[in-house]
Design a protein around this ligand. Structure first.
Ligand code: KG4
Ligand code: ZN
Length: 349
């Protein structure tokens, strides 16, 4: 197998989105090219339950993954026998959901007699800005803000990840989602809370900025959720009229902590480049605040394209291709797969 010219099929099924994509690596091209990607979001299905129902998620991945694969093949003009490697999300995520992607990827690999590669979901997020029009260069600090993780990493190259700090309880995405739920905004709460916050006053309520002055790069968001709950209870019948103000104040608290800790990570590492990835990276307020703070310090900041901020197959195909291209991983013809529902990113470095 020539790692410099590969057609990689990637499958993402770790949570509530089924994503499939095809990328191609070419010798002489630093970043693999995205040929096609297709996504099915289960948001509508889970909305009735106010959150992700794991068993329903798995069953839906089963329904979607092959039609999505056909769709990316059609769109790219490629055929299955042309695929060189099949990549899948090995973890972290919901075990049953992960098993669908892993099972399908390994069945395809065995049928096509091509190797397979399991990828870390967060590495996918972390590398996703390489698919943007303004790709970063190594080394950089990465702020990973997804539904389940909030981490600052030092990234020196593909597979070279040093954890600088992380949340000791809830993730930033969870803080958005849980606060939104308390305000009756449904699931997923982040985008809904953020939309409502546009009409509110971010200074209306004084909410805690947990661990802001802790002197390290760890985060904590559980206390913020409790403070939002206390405030919502205090407002009682006035809550509907003040909801936008509470949403704006909550968003401001989360964003301020994320921005200040990212800046502290840049100071600590002496790096001048920041990469923001994961679902919360789609937040407009976070982007504005980070852009302003980084511009003032001469720091370049990179984001994935907005539609690749949340879960997708493109980042999984990309991460696999970059791992193979840089020689930090080898695809395998052993199809006895396993998944890793809990898996730390710095453990793969
Ligand atoms: O990365 P992601 O798609 O899934 C995980 O790997 O967890 O992130 C989903 C998280 C959810 O918590 C969602 O509420 C949040 O990202 N999110 C947002 C926005 N868009 C998605 N949070 C704040 N503002 C947004 N615009
Ligand atoms: Zn994710």
């Amino acid at each position: 197998m020539n790692p410099h010219s590969l057609l990689v099929l990637g499958i993402e099924s770790s949570c509530d989105e089924t994503g499939v994509a095809l990328v191609r690596t070419e010798s002489g091209e630093a970043v693999p090219r995205l040929l096609a990607h297709a996504l099915h979001s289960q948001i509508e299905m889970h909305q009735a339950y106010g959150g992700v129902v794991p068993e329903l998620a798995s069953r839906d991945h089963i329904r979607r993954v092959l039609p999505l694969t056909e769709s990316v093949l059609r769109e790219s003009g490629c055929t299955l026998p042309q695929v060189d490697v099949v990549a899948f999300t090995r973890g972290p995520g919901l075990a049953g959901a992960l098993l669908v992607g892993a099972g399908v990827a390994c069945a395809l690999g065995a049928a096509l007699e091509v190797p397979v590669l399991g990828v870390h979901h967060l590495e996918g997020h972390l590398l996703s800005p390489f698919l943007s029009a303004d790709p970063p260069e190594f080394p950089f600090v990465a702020l990973l803000v997804s539904g389940g993780h909030t981490q600052l990493m030092r990234v020196d190259g593909v597979g070279q990840y040093v954890l600088l700090g992380e949340t000791i309880d809830d993730a930033a995405g969870e803080a958005f989602d849980k606060s939104a739920k308390l305000m009756g905004l449904g699931y997923p709460g982040g985008p809904a809370l953020s939309r409502l916050a546009e009409q509110g006053d971010p200074k209306a309520f004084k909410l805690p900025r947990p661990l802001l002055h802790s002197g390290n790069l760890d985060f904590s968001f559980a206390g913020l959720k409790t403070a939002v709950m206390t405030q919502a209870k205090k407002l009682g019948d006035d809550l509907p009229a003040r909801k936008a103000d509470l949403a704006a104040s909550t968003e401001a608290a989360i964003v301020e902590v994320l921005v200040k800790k990212s800046l502290a990570a840049l100071v600590q590492t002496g790096l001048q480049r920041l990469v923001v990835a994961g679902g919360v990276g789609a937040n407009r307020h976070l982007r504005e605040q980070l852009n302003a703070a980084c511009a003032a310090r001469g720091v370049r900041v990179h984001y994935p394209e907005l539609h690749l901020c949340t879960d997708n197959g493109a980042m999984i195909a990309l991460a696999a291709a970059m791992r193979l291209q840089s020689g930090v991983a080898e695809a395998t013809r052993s199809y006895a797969f396993d998944v890793k529902p809990r898996w730390s990113l710095d453990a793969i470095a």
